[in-house]
Write a protein that binds this ligand. Structure first.
Ligand code: AMP
Length: 212
């Protein structure tokens, strides 16, 4: 199974991507997670990416494409993959299609999760993430349980630096201008499946499974 997950920030893409990747036992490639890990390590890539990531801007295409090419040099993706947060611009989508063609790999489906903007802002301002396993929580859920520790691995939960109200607004604008055109790009290729992202985690998961 070779999948691409599309959707604005906050639609639940990361959560569903993790569940689907684990169900099909395929690698989950989140460019956002890779970049945050590199920033934490203080690597050269991390230093180049930090300013963009923290301000909600897209990291330049050439840096991202280099990172993806590096990943595809290994055999890790032979039996499938789930791309989460990549491609994010038309340039990335076109270059990725070219790379896959060279490697004789075909995408099976592009899953586009759709949620209205008001709900997105609400979800992102309330979002907490586990520093270790990256599980996502909502502030209301955490307040109810009275614990700021992850229920899976016990690590501390924190707010992402780019989940401040100002940066969230900017990320949504960036999504509309740079990433939304990919919906048409993949629709023309007859790969797109639009998924309603409202409802519970399990409901959305079932909706995605029904389209695969
Ligand atoms: P995400 O975790 O997918 O919301 O990504 C967080 C941030 O990482 C984005 O706001 C960008 O700064 C950067 N980023 C992640 N993926 C990409 C990509 N494919 N192209 C450019 N920047 C990216």
């Amino acid at each position: 199974m070779r999948l691409i997950f599309l959707g604005a920030p906050g639609v639940g893409k990361g959560t569903q991507a993790k569940k689907i990747a684990s169900k099909f036992n395929i690698p989950h490639v989140s460019t956002g997670d890779i970049l945050r890990a590199e920033i934490k390590k203080g690597s050269i890539l991390g230093k180049k990416a930090a300013e963009f990531v923290h301000s909600g801007k897209l990291v330049p295409d050439e840096i991202i494409l280099e990172m993806i090419k590096e990943q595809f040099k290994t055999d890790r993706f032979k039996s499938g993959f789930l791309m989460d947060g990549f491609p994010r611009t038309l340039e990335q989508a076109e270059k990725f299609s070219k790379l896959l063609k060279e490697l004789d790999i075909k995408i099976d489906r592009v899953i586009n999760i759709v949620v209205d903007e008001e709900e997105i802002v609400k979800r992102l301002t309330n979002r907490l993430v586990c520093g270790e396993c990256k599980k996502i929580f909502s502030l209301s859920e955490v307040n109810k349980n009275g614990s700021f520790l992850c229920d899976v691995c016990g690590s501390e939960l924190s707010k992402r630096k780019d989940d401040s109200e100002e940066v969230i607004k900017h990320r949504i604008e960036v999504y509309k201008s740079q990433t939304q055109p990919l919906v048409e790009f993949y629709s023309k290729k007859k790969l797109l499946e639009n998924i309603d992202g409202h409802g519970t985690e399990d409901e959305i998961f079932e909706r995605i499974l029904a389209r695969l």
